[in-house]
Design a protein around this ligand. Structure first.
Ligand code: ZN
Length: 181
């Protein structure tokens, strides 16, 4: 089994994105995880598509954008234009998850879907054949310093099995409280 690490730009010095992106690149990582928070789906605010567009000018890394944003379908074109490679949206954040994911793919990005720790993994069933990536939150989104919720790994096992069963191709991503162990 192979895995990749997508360092989070949320841990960077926000006044030095260009050099921080270069540091991620120098580490050998292929991805940068970009957390976008709207102050509504989660209490914190981080940044939006304009900042992602600025980062794009300084980096060839795969931009793995995780939107913790209400009604993310509103921003599909903005992130496509900003140069996002993967746009991942929450099942809990839209009434139209299937349509929103279709819109992401139509805009030329890879489509990712994500669930919070309190959401059952079965909520993903209707969109598994549509997505390129499934993200499992192993902390509640929007707060730093939480510890990894080991019980969420049952969802990862379920997704792994489902992928074999249905011969699907989505990548499985885990977000929150990740350390060496
Ligand atoms: Zn994230």
């Amino acid at each position: 089994m192979s895995y990749k690490i997508a360092p989070s730009i949320l841990a960077a010095d926000y006044a030095n994105f260009a050099s921080e992106l270069a540091r991620i690149d120098a580490s050998g990582a292929e991805y940068v995880h970009i957390d976008i928070m709207d102050g509504k789906f989660v209490p914190n605010i981080s940044w939006g598509a304009d900042v992602v567009a600025s980062m794009r000018k300084h980096s060839k890394l795969v931009f793995d954008c995780h939107l913790m944003v209400v009604d993310p379908e509103r921003y599909v074109d903005a992130y496509a234009q900003a140069g996002a490679d993967i746009m991942t949206i929450h099942v809990e954040a839209t009434k139209h998850i299937h349509g929103a994911l279709q819109k992401i793919k139509a805009a030329g990005m890879k489509a990712g879907v994500v669930i919070n720790p309190g959401t059952p993994v079965e909520a993903l069933i209707p969109v598994l054949d549509l997505v390129d990536q499934v993200l499992i939150m192993t902390v509640n989104p929007g707060f730093g310093g939480q510890s990894f919720m080991e019980d969420q790994l049952d969802k990862v096992r379920w997704l792994y099995k489902k992928r074999e069963e249905k011969q699907l191709n989505y990548r499985i991503e885990i977000d929150g409280g990740i350390n060496h162990e």
